[in-house]
Design a binder for this molecule. Structure first.
Ligand SMILES: Nc1cc(-c2cccs2)n[nH]1
Length: 251
C-alpha cells in the first residue's frame, strides 16, 4: 500500500517509521511518503492559511497550496495502482466515525492520501474539487478536538496498516481484536494474563490454565460480554439476537 501524507508538520509523522508500521515499511508492505504542504507555496512567508470568509475565530487553510500539492502527489502514480485513483482521507472532527470496519475497508485500497488540516479546516473547495477525481473520506477518530490532523493520521495509518497481509504475525492476528468483524464485532476484549501464575498474591483465573480450550473460549466470550456491558453497553444493542442467545448458552 502506498500512503501519502500532506502536512505542514512532516516531522510529526516520524513515529510511522518506528515499530510495527516502520518494520512493515522496511519490508516493503507500506510505502509511506510525507509531503510538506509549504513546498507548494510561492510567497516568502510560505503562507498556507488565511482568515475565514464570513468572519469567526481562527484560520482556514488556503486552497491553492492544497490544489498544487494534490496535483503533484496524484501525478506520481504508484505502479500497484495504475488504474485505480487513490482515496483521499481527511481527518476532521466533523467527519464520519473512523471505526475498525472503516479501517478494514481502507486496508483494501492500494493507495491512500491523507490531508492533514488544522482545526478550523481546509477551504471546502479543495475537498469538493478532489471528490471529482477520487474517493474522499472525511473521518473523525473521536468526539474531541485536536489542533491538527497529524495525530489522527498516526492513529489511522496504524489501525489500517496492522490489517495488511503480513504485517501482523499469525500469533498477533487481528481476528480476535475488539471490534474485529465476526465473533468479536461490537464486543470489547476481556482481561489478559501472563506469567507468573501468582503476582503479589494475585493468581490467574483457573480456567485459563485448565487446558480446556472450549471452556476457555466460552469464559473469554463471557468476559467480553461483561466488559462490554460495563464499558460500552450501547454496543450490545448492535449484536444480533443469535449472538446474545449464544452468550446465554455460553455461560
Ligand atoms: N477526531 C478529530 C479530528 C480532529 C482534527 C483533524 C484535523 C484538525 S483537528 N480533531 N478531532
Amino acid at each position: 500500500m502506498r500512503v501519502d501524507v500532506i502536512t505542514i508538520f512532516p516531522e510529526y509523522l516520524a513515529p510511522l517509521g518506528v515499530s510495527l508500521i516502520g518494520k512493515a515499511a522496511d519490508r516493503g508492505l507500506l510505502d509511506i511518503r510525507a509531503h510538506d504542504l509549504r513546498d507548494w507555496t510561492h510567497d516568502v512567508h510560505r503562507t498556507v492559511d488565511d482568515t475565514p470568509y464570513g468572519g469567526g475565530p481562527g484560520m482556514v487553510m488556503k486552497p491553492e497550496p492544497w490544489g498544487e500539492a494534490l496535483d503533484a502527489v496524484l501525478a506520481d502514480v504508484p505502479p500497484e495502482s495504475p488504474e485505480l485513483p487513490p482515496t483521499l482521507v481527511v481527518p476532521t472532527p466533523s467527519g464520519r466515525p473512523f471505526t475498525q470496519a472503516k479501517a478494514a475497508q481502507l486496508a483494501e485500497s492500494p493507495w491512500l492520501i491523507f490531508a492533514c488540516g488544522r482545526y478550523e479546516g481546509i477551504d471546502r473547495r479543495v475537498i469538493d474539487a478532489a471528490a471529482e477525481r477520487m474517493a474522499v473520506e472525511e473521518l473523525s477518530i473521536g468526539d474531541y478536538v485536536l489542533a491538527g490532523g497529524e495525530v489522527a493520521v498516526l492513529v489511522m495509518v496504524e489501525a489500517i496498516g496492522r490489517l495488511l497481509p503480513g504485517v501482523l504475525g499469525n500469533a498477533e492476528s487481528a481476528r480476535d481484536d475488539s471490534f474485529a468483524a465476526g465473533a468479536m464485532e461490537s464486543l470489547l476484549e476481556g482481561p489478559a494474563y501472563t506469567k507468573p501464575a501468582e503476582w503479589r498474591g494475585r493468581t490467574v483465573p483457573e480456567i485459563l490454565t485448565s487446558g480446556n480450550h472450549g471452556a476457555i473460549a466460552r469464559w473469554r466470550r463471557e468476559q467480553a460480554f461483561a466488559r462490554t456491558a460495563a464499558h460500552r453497553p450501547e454496543l450490545l444493542a448492535r449484536l444480533d439476537p443469535a449472538a446474545l442467545d449464544k452468550r446465554d448458552r455460553l455461560a
